[in-house]
Design a protein around this ligand. Sequence first.
Ligand SMILES: Nc1ncnc2c1ncn2[C@@H]1O[C@H](COP(=O)(O)OP(=O)(O)O)[C@@H](O)[C@H]1O
Ligand code: SF4
Ligand SMILES: [Mg+2]
Length: 363
Amino acid sequence: MSQADDAFVHHESIFEKPPLSLRNVHIMYKSRKGAVNAVRGVDLDLRAGESLSLIGESGSGKTTLGLGIVRLLVKTAKVTQGEIIYRRDGLEMDVGQLDAQQLREFRWRECSMVFQSALNSFNPVLRIWNQMYDTAKAHGWSDRRAVREHVLNLLRFVQLDAERVIDAYPHELSGGMRQRVLIAMSLLLDPQVLILDEPTTALDILTQRTIIDLLRRLKDEQRLTMLFISHDLAIAAELADRIATMYAGKIVEIGSADDIFYRPRHPYTLGLIRAVPKVIGEFEDLVSILGSPPDLVDLPSGCKFHPRCPFATERCRREEPDLEQVGQDHAAACWHWQAVEEEVADHPLHQSLPAQTIVYSGE
Ligand SMILES: Nc1ncnc2c1ncn2[C@@H]1O[C@H](COP(=O)(O)OP(=O)(O)O)[C@@H](O)[C@H]1O
Ligand code: SF4
Ligand SMILES: [Mg+2]
């Protein structure tokens, strides 16, 4: 029984409920320019065993949301509103109510996160084994031989030369190897949910391939529930069951991967899909989204996408739409989603699914 177990409250009939539910989550940074509204009312259910990809341009709030879920935000950031509910085995807890010790347990045993910036954050003077063993020990696992066997198995699972890597120093490993070690490390205490922030962004294309294959095995073989944060639609296309598009701190569309790629209903999603270079098409086909992401300190009125949106009307400049159902298990936040539907019907997106090795470099 871990410390975090104390925070669980027994609840009737929640076995079928999603492991993670965000309800109206708002996160703000304090900055010299003023309050940065990085996450503005996110509602999201992460369903058991699914992999959900959160996509959007740089600066849309994806990392902030991931850090908010595991409560690892910097001191200048604050969850100002909303709830993060975590469930396991018919029990549920409010992540916002956990104390420091419970949070540490939560991050390793329940919901672990592989950070975007972690590739260079290994302790340079510790061998991989020592870093892993220290963590296992801190969580009450003291049988050195059993831990070593477990770590070797994890390193094998991520397809590393386990015997060599376990006693290596971080600088002896390539970026791709370190990323695989990080994924192995995140699995050390067998979490139910894994959050991955841009797991392939810093890697070359061939190494990206091996990480994508590894993540697919995690999904298929381990049935891990995963939230992928990415600005790379190629990963989303390959791995996601569902995709959520984030713009200016809000989820503006969510649906199955097929809905998002072939039947987008939000102009921003449509722009993202059309901005993906196609292997078959010519480069002239590449249409990028005009304009730049909004200033989160001084947001536009109404729909935050209106200054860049080809479908915008007067109503869009005045009122911000909420997510509404636009299909079965498909929602979008746009006053004019039917116009987007017509546009897609006129110009189908059947060739737009990104090829496996093509990477959208929207940053
Ligand atoms: N420490 C910070 N202080 C102030 N603003 C920040 C900080 N970190 C991120 N932001 C701002 O929050 C917004 C969302 O950032 P982030 O969550 O990193 O987006 P993404 O991961 O989608 O690129 C951006 O406008 C960014 O500038
Ligand atoms: S609400 Fe209006 S501005 Fe916003 S995405 Fe839809 S059409 Fe564009
Ligand atoms: Mg980010």
